[in-house]
Design a protein. Structure first.
Lengths: 373, 331
C-alpha cells in the first residue's frame, strides 16, 4: 500500500523541520484525510477501552492462522477497498458509479452459478469462474463508459440504470435463488491465509498498488484529474476524454467484480438480493472520507484506502460495542457526519489560521470571522 | 457541433427508452394484461410480494403462484418489491386497486405504514389477505384474514429445546432480521417469553437475513466474548449458516462447541443439520397456497373468514430427522 503515493499536499505550508520524519508528519497532517486517520485511531482506542486485548493478534491453535480483530478488519475492508478505488477514479472524472453494488452481485452470481453447474472443485474451475465473472463485469463497465463518454449521458443516470439492470441480471442468472457452490481454491481467496495473513487483504493491497502505480507513475492520473477539473480545457490540451472515461468505468466495474468475488467467496453463496446491497454508498463514503471531492478533479487513492479501512472498522466496532441493531445506522451516520464536518473548508480554514501563526508561509484564508484561539 | 447535437438527440431517445423500461420494471408485470377485470369465472388476484430474499421466500411465492393457477380459475398478477422497498409495494398495491382486481394478496416488507392503502382497498370492496407478514398496528378491520405460521409458537418451541439442552443455562446470541419487522418482533417475543432465566443473552444483533453479514457479525461477537458462546438463535436459516461458518473459522466446532438454532427449515439448513453443523431447525411452513385459495374463495362468496389462520409447522432436532425429511423437501 505504501506504493499509493499521496496526492501532492494541498497547501505549500508543510513544516520545514530539520528531520525528514517531521516533514512527512507535516505533509500527512495537511492531507484532507487526516481526520479519517484520527477517527480510525479513536475507534480503535474506544475498542481498546472496552477490551484491552482488542489489538492483540494471536495464532489460532486449531487452524494455525493469525486471528484477531485487526485481521478481521483487514479482511472486511478488502471488498470496500476495491470498490472505493474504482469509485475514486470515476469521481475524479466528475462522474459517479452507482452500479458497483449490482456489479458485485452479478459477478458473484456468475461465479457461483458457473461453479455450481460445472461441479469441479479444482483451481482451474475457480480461475474460469473468476475470469468469467470479471469479463461480464468489464462488459457492464464498458456499457457505462460508452453511455457516459460517447453518448454523453449523465453518469448518475447511466449508472443508476446499470444498478437496477445489474441486480435484475443477477437474479436472472441464478433464477432468483441464492446459489451456493463448493470449491476450495475459490473459498481460499476470501478465507485462506498466506503465512497466516489473510489472502483477501494481500490481493486487495496488491491490486491497490498496481492501480496506484498505473495512475501515479504515468500521466494517466493527471489526465483523469484534468478531465475532472475542466473537460474542455483537457480536450484543448490534447487529451482524448472518450478513451479515458471508458477505461475508468471499466476499471471501476472490474474492481467491483473482484469485490463481488471476495464477498461471495467468503460464504460461498451469492445472495442476489443482498450481495453488494448499498455497497455503492460505502464506496462513495470511503472516497469522500478520503478527501476526494465529489466535484471531480484531484483525487487521493491513499485517502480512499483509509476511508475503506475506516468503514470496515466502524462496522466491526458497532458489533464489538454491542450497539443495538436498531441504533447502528444512526451511530454510523454520526461518525461520518463528524468526519465530513471536520473536513469542511471552513473548519479546515480555522485550523489553517491557527497554523499561520507558527508558519508565516502558509496562505492566510480570507475569512471574515475572527477566530479567538 | 452537428455531431454533438445528434448525440444529444440519441442520448435523449436512449434516456426516454430507459425511463420507459424503468417504469415498466417498477410495476413488475403487475399490469401485463393491462387493466383486465374479471370476465367469466376467471378471478383476478393481485399478489404484492417480497421477491427474491432467500430459499424460504422463493418456496412460498412459487407455491402461491402455482396454487393460483389458470387451471384453478385464477389470473395471478405477481408484483415483487424492488429490493425489499416498501414504496414499490405500495405503488403496486394502489395500481391493483385502480385496476379493480378481485382480491389482493400482500406480503409486506415493512409492518407499518399500510393503513391508508388498506383503507382504499376496503372502500373499493377488494378483500385483502395478508400472507406471512403481518402489519402494525394490527387492525383486523382493515384486512380479511392473515395466513401465516405462528412465529411466536415456533420460536417458543426453539427456546424449549434450548432449555432442555442446557438445563444449567448458557450464554447465547440472537441474530435477528432487520429491526421493525413483525416476524422479528414475534420471533423475539416467543423466544424471550420461553427461555429459562438462567440463560444469559450476550447480544442481539441484526444480520439482515444474510449469510455474509451473519458470518461477519458473529466472528466479531465470538472475539468480543472470547469464544464463550454456547448457543446461537438465528432467526432464519441463512444467518444460522453464516454463524456456522464463523464458528468453523474460529477453530471451533459447530454443533459441539456452539449449538446453532435456525428457523425456516429450507433444504440448505436441513442438509447442514444432517451434517451436524446446525443443531436445531424449526420449520416455518411456506406451503399454504391451498389455504389461501380457500380464504379468497370464501371472502369473494361473502362468507366470514377467521382473521388469523395458523399454518402448522414441524421441528427437526437431530441429524436423523433431517436426513429423513430431506428427500422430499420442496423448498
Amino acid at each position: 500500500m505504501s506504493a499509493a503515493s499521496p496526492a501532492p499536499a494541498s497547501g505549500p505550508g508543510s513544516a520545514s523541520g530539520p528531520s525528514s520524519a517531521r516533514r512527512i508528519v507535516g505533509a500527512v497532517i495537511h492531507q484532507p484525510y487526516i481526520w479519517a486517520i484520527v477517527a480510525l485511531l479513536l475507534l480503535l482506542i474506544i475498542n481498546l477501552v472496552k477490551d484491552p486485548s482488542y489489538l492483540g493478534v494471536s495464532v489460532n491453535a486449531t487452524t494455525g492462522n493469525l486471528s484477531g480483530n485487526v485481521i478481521d478488519i483487514l479482511r472486511a475492508s478488502a471488498p470496500i477497498m476495491m470498490i472505493a478505488i474504482g469509485m475514486t477514479l470515476v469521481i475524479a472524472t466528475r462522474g459517479i458509479d452507482l452500479s458497483v453494488g449490482s456489479v458485485m452481485a452479478v459477478s458473484g452470481a456468475v461465479s457461483m452459478e458457473f461453479m455450481n453447474n460445472s461441479g469441479g472443485g479444482d483451481a482451474g474451475t475457480a480461475i474460469m469462474a473468476a475470469a468469467l465473472a470479471l469479463g461480464i463485469s468489464a462488459v457492464l463497465g464498458t456499457v457505462n463508459g460508452v453511455l457516459v463518454s460517447v453518448v454523453g449521458l449523465q453518469p448518475f443516470i447511466t449508472t443508476l440504470i446499470t444498478m437496477l439492470a445489474g441486480r435484475g441480471l443477477a437474479k436472472v442468472i441464478t433464477s432468483g435463488q441464492n446459489t451456493s457452490a463448493t470449491n476450495e481454491p475459490f473459498r481460499w481467496l476470501a478465507n485462506g491465509t498466506v503465512f497466516g495473513f489473510p489472502v483477501i487483504f494481500v490481493i486487495g493491497a496488491v491490486i491497490v498498488a498496481i492501480v496506484a502505480i498505473l495512475v501515479r507513475r504515468t500521466a494517466l492520473g493527471l489526465m483523469i484529474e484534468s478531465i475532472g477539473i475542466n473537460p474542455r480545457a483537457a480536450r484543448m490540451a490534447g487529451i482524448r476524454p472518450i478513451g479515458i472515461l471508458i477505461s475508468v468505468y471499466i476499471v471501476s466495474a472490474v474492481l467491483a467484480g473482484i469485490a463481488g468475488i471476495f464477498s461471495t467467496a467468503s460464504v460461498m453463496t451469492v445472495e442476489v438480493a443482498k450481495t453488494g446491497l448499498n455497497a455503492e454508498m460505502d464506496a462513495i463514503l470511503a472516497v469522500v472520507i478520503g478527501g476526494t471531492s465529489l466535484a471531480g478533479g484531484k483525487f487521493s487513492l491513499t485517502g480512499s484506502v483509509i476511508g475503506a479501512l475506516l468503514i470496515a472498522t466502524l462496522d466491526k466496532t458497532i458489533v464489538f460495542l454491542s450497539i443495538p441493531s436498531s441504533a447502528t445506522p444512526a451511530f454510523k451516520a454520526i461518525v461520518i457526519v463528524v468526519i465530513c464536518l471536520l473536513q469542511s473548508q471552513r473548519v479546515r480554514a480555522l485550523f489553517a489560521r491557527r497554523r499561520s501563526r507558527t508558519t508565516p508561509s502558509a496562505p492566510v484564508p480570507t475569512r471574515k470571522e475572527t477566530v479567538s484561539a | 457541433m452537428f455531431k454533438t447535437a445528434r448525440f444529444r438527440a440519441i442520448a435523449g431517445i436512449a434516456l426516454a427508452g430507459a425511463m420507459a423500461l424503468g417504469v415498466t420494471a417498477c410495476s413488475g408485470g403487475s399490469d401485463a394484461e393491462g387493466g383486465g377485470s374479471a370476465e367469466g369465472d376467471v378471478t383476478t388476484i393481485g399478489f404484492v410480494a417480497v421477491g427474491p430474499e432467500g430459499g424460504w421466500r422463493t418456496a412460498n411465492e412459487k407455491n402461491i403462484q402455482d396454487s393460483f393457477s389458470k387451471e384453478n380459475g385464477f389470473d395471478l398478477k405477481y408484483a415483487p418489491a424492488t429490493n425489499g422497498d416498501q414504496n414499490s409495494q405500495i405503488t403496486a398495491f394502489t395500481s391493483f386497486i385502480d385496476e379493480g382486481v378481485d382480491a389482493i394478496l400482500l406480503s409486506a416488507t415493512e409492518a407499518t405504514g399500510w393503513e391508508s392503502v388498506l383503507e382504499r382497498a376496503k372502500e373499493a370492496e377488494i378483500p385483502v389477505v395478508l400472507l406471512d407478514r403481518g402489519i402494525e398496528p394490527n387492525d383486523t378491520e382493515l384486512y380479511t384474514s392473515r395466513i401465516a405460521p405462528d412465529n411466536v409458537g415456533i420460536s417458543a418451541s426453539a427456546a424449549e429445546w434450548a432449555n432442555e439442552q442446557f438445563p444449567e443455562g448458557a450464554n447465547y446470541v440472537v441474530l435477528e432480521g432487520p429491526p421493525g419487522l413483525s416476524v422479528v418482533n414475534d420471533r423475539n417475543k416467543g423466544w424471550d417469553e420461553t427461555i429459562d432465566p438462567n440463560f444469559t443473552k450476550l447480544e442481539s444483533q441484526s444480520a439482515n437475513w444474510s449469510t455474509e453479514e451473519a458470518k461477519s457479525v458473529f466472528e466479531t461477537i465470538l472475539k468480543a466474548n472470547n469464544n464463550n458462546v454456547q448457543l446461537v438463535f438465528a432467526q432464519n436459516d441463512e444467518m444460522g449458516l453464516g454463524a456456522a461458518l464463523a464458528v468453523e473459522e474460529a477453530g471451533l466446532k459447530p454443533g459441539t462447541d456452539v449449538k446453532i438454532i435456525t428457523i425456516d427449515g429450507t433444504k440448505a439448513a436441513l442438509e447442514a443439520l444432517a451434517a451436524g453443523r446446525l443443531s436445531f431447525v424449526a420449520e416455518y411452513n411456506p406451503l399454504f397456497g391451498d389455504t389461501a385459495i380457500e380464504v379468497v374463495d370464501a371472502a369473494l362468496a361473502g362468507e366470514t373468514v377467521e382473521s388469523e389462520i395458523v399454518v402448522p409447522s414441524v421441528t427437526f432436532d437431530s441429524p436423523e430427522a433431517a436426513t429423513e425429511a430431506l428427500p422430499d423437501r420442496a423448498f
